[in-house]
Design a protein around this ligand. Structure first.
Ligand SMILES: [Zn+2]
Length: 167
């Protein structure tokens, strides 16, 4: 399942896995939700090079499908990391929009005036904007909490990746 590491994985998760998808996007992975209702959908995803992610028993034996057992999103994330052999080096923390999966663009401080709270405008740097929905992202306490949750979960050191895309 992981012979194709030069290209980034594209995950297509069943709609019931929305929280897992959110955390995959936090880590910078291309992840979408869709209704994986039948075998034809699964097979067309596989043909297109995407990785179907599902908890439906009826698909668990299809080659290339990531079958998730847990019903908790953090356990699901660890299952997926293990099954797909994701490594720390592939993580691009906060490089994608959590809402719509698009890659974020760097944006100058002057351009976010009025679009973020005043104290953020005064204190934060490294603003990024979603080209799809226009949401602006910046480092802050909310982000630090997410990093801490991910670090305790995965055992990876992620703090140095908070700025500049986790290189
Ligand atoms: Zn967006």
């Amino acid at each position: 399942m992981n012979e194709d590491k030069e290209r980034q994985n594209r995950f297509a998760a069943d709609i019931m896995l929305g929280k897992l998808v959110k955390w995959l996007r936090v880590l910078g992975f291309d992840a979408r939700t869709m209704l994986l209702a039948n075998r034809a959908v699964i097979e067309s995803l596989l043909c297109g090079g995407a990785i179907p992610v599902t908890r439906r028993e009826k698909f668990r034996d299809i080659e290339g499908v990531v079958f998730i057992r847990s019903d908790h999103h953090f356990e699901q994330l660890m299952e997926l990391i293990s099954l797909v052999s994701i490594s720390r080096e592939e993580v691009r923390l906060f490089s994608r929009c959590i809402l719509c999966n698009a890659g974020l663009d760097p944006i100058a401080r002057e351009a976010v005036s009025g679009a973020v709270p005043d104290y953020v405008f005064e204190t934060a740097s490294d603003f990024r904007k979603c080209p799809e929905c226009g949401r602006v992202y910046w480092p802050g306490s909310h982000r630090r909490r997410m990093i801490e949750q991910l670090e305790s979960l995965t055992g990876w050191g992620l703090k140095e990746g908070e700025k500049g895309g986790a290189e």
